[in-house]
Design a protein around this ligand. Structure first.
Ligand SMILES: *Cc1c(COP(=O)(O)O)cnc(C)c1O
Length: 221
């Protein structure tokens, strides 16, 4: 077995353990294997080991890798977790099964248009900038209620849940708890939170989707 496949199995076991520790069903947590920067030949063994949900950060990279991989593994899903430019909305709707980085009006408008035009509807998560970091994407917690309302009322979008990336220098749990609280207030089921370093804490606080890259694929170059 390759190191990557071993680490995938270890990650799956750790997710199941964390779920049970916090009285949750292991199946209630979806592992998104974050394969950004990894070439197809590194991803294929992970697909062969049964992993079906993957995360990517760049439209062009996903477009180069995934149509070929999906031809071989038709039930594989690829989800957009990185920042998305509005002018890439069309390609994103064509390529991705879910988008985790909806965070502004212009993007909501373009996604709504492309979903209407194509008949394809990726599952949508709104990214929340829980630490109000100026350099980071996401809707400020102060503006999230209005933004969710606008997605629904003005753009006719169905929002599955919320996503966050806590500030690197903060303990992550208060950010996960804040995201869970906002989601509960809006009756949103999906919580995309937790990465290699903190997915167990995210599972404790209700994550339905954890986005794990380096713990499976190793450090990115
Ligand atoms: C790269 C990335 C991840 C995975 O990070 P790791 O620390 O390698 O697990 C998760 N979420 C987002 C938004 C990312 O950009």
């Amino acid at each position: 077995m390759s190191d990557t496949v071993t680490r995938l199995a270890q990650t799956r076991a750790a997710i199941a353990r964390a779920a049970r520790d916090f009285d949750r069903e292991p199946e209630s947590v979806t592992l998104i294997a974050v394969s950004k920067t990894m070439p197809a030949e590194v991803i294929i063994p992970v697909l062969e080991a049964g992993q079906r949900v993957f995360g990517e950060n760049y439209v062009q990279e996903a477009k180069a890798k995934w149509p070929g991989l999906k031809a071989r593994f038709p039930d594989a899903q690829v989800q957009m977790i990185g920042p998305l430019q509005s002018n890439k909305a069309k390609e994103a709707v064509e390529l991705f099964d879910a988008i985790h980085s909806l965070d502004r009006e212009s993007l909501a408008k373009e996604l709504s248009r492309e979903i209407g035009r194509s008949g394809r509807a990726p599952t949508l998560y709104v990214q929340v900038n829980t630490g109000d970091e100026p350099q980071k994407g996401g809707v400020s917690p102060a503006e999230i209620d209005a933004f969710l309302e606008s997605c629904r009322v003005h753009h006719g979008l169905v929002i599955e849940g919320l996503m966050c990336i806590p500030p690197a220098e903060d303990p992550p749990s208060p950010h996960f708890a804040l995201l869970a609280k906002i989601a509960a207030r809006h009756g949103l089921r999906g919580l995309s939170m937790g990465m290699s370093a903190d997915y167990e804490a995210a599972i404790q606080l209700g994550a339905t989707h954890v986005r794990v890259g380096s713990a499976i694929f190793g450090a990115r170059g």
